[in-house]
Design a binder for this molecule. Structure first.
Ligand code: FES
Length: 262
């Protein structure tokens, strides 16, 4: 009797006929997402060097610190990008494989055999579209932060907490460029979202028969073009957020000196 892929898969976790390094992708995902989670918790909970000159870390934007809030102000913000990424269609696939091995990869055996889909508590993943609305708002706020990052205190770099005070002059530093690149990558990731693609182009079979059909078709084409590389934007934007925070943190700690370009 011939042994099929299904037979092998059902023999248990990790069983497969595949001869390639299928475990590399889930392992790399687990390492990178795990490291990012630890880093984000550390910067939100412990290290408060989130600002230098006109630069503000994306982990703390938009910054507000109400008197009734006992924890780090970062926690008032971070649930938005966390919820957006945790419910993202691409990240769901990635972390189901990396952390739950459900399944670890295509045609590789998993711990449980019955496929139940995203039922029970997992139906909460459907809130993704609502996180999308908040994430779009956040992209515009971070873009505004880039504008503020060109407004330098006239007398030099103000200490953290006083950066909003006093006269300002136009200037661009390396940090401004870093923040701008970050917001571009975050914007592309957000606007390549599967939910957004459905929002602008879904539920219709005939664009020429619907209101604003031509506009919707163009938007759908644009989102689709970005969506084709959604995985790439998911990772590059994650790295850019982390690196932007690291850059501002190192400037604030005096480890590196920000170069003024203009
Ligand atoms: S599907 Fe990935 S951000 Fe929406």
């Amino acid at each position: 009797m011939t042994t099929t892929v299904r037979d092998i898969r059902e023999q248990g976790l990790g069983r497969t006929l595949r001869r390639d390094a299928w475990w590399m992708a889930p392992l790399a995902t687990a390492v990178v997402l795990g490291a990012f989670g630890i880093y984000a918790t550390w910067v939100a909970w412990i290290d408060r060097q989130y600002q230098w000159g006109p630069y503000l870390s994306p982990f703390y934007s938009p910054f507000f610190e109400p008197s009734w809030w006992p924890l780090s102000p970062a926690f008032l913000i971070l649930w938005v990008p966390l919820g957006f990424r945790a419910t993202c269609y691409y990240y769901r696939k990635a972390y189901y494989r990396a952390f739950f091995m459900d399944p670890p990869a295509c045609a590789v055996g998993e711990a449980r055999h019955a496929y139940k889909g995203e039922t029970a508590l997992f139906v909460l993943q459907n809130v993704h579209r609502f996180f999308l609305y908040l994430a779009i708002l956040l992209v515009f706020i971070l873009a505004y932060d880039v504008v503020l990052a060109t407004r330098w205190p006239v007398a030099g770099v103000a200490p953290a907490g006083e950066a909003a005070l006093g006269p300002r002059e136009f200037g661009i530093g390396v940090g401004t460029v870093v923040m701008a690149v970050n917001v571009v990558l975050l914007g592309i990731y957000t606007f390549s979202c599967h939910s957004l693609r459905h929002l602008v182009g879904g539920r219709t079979d005939c664009y020429s028969c619907t209101t604003f059909g031509r506009t919707r078709y163009r938007l759908w084409r644009g989102v689709t073009a970005l969506n084709e590389q959604h995985m790439l934007w998911a990772w590059t934007s994650l790295f850019s957020v982390g690196l932007t925070d690291v850059y501002i943190r190192l400037c604030a700690a005096g480890v590196i000196t920000d170069l003024r370009l203009l």
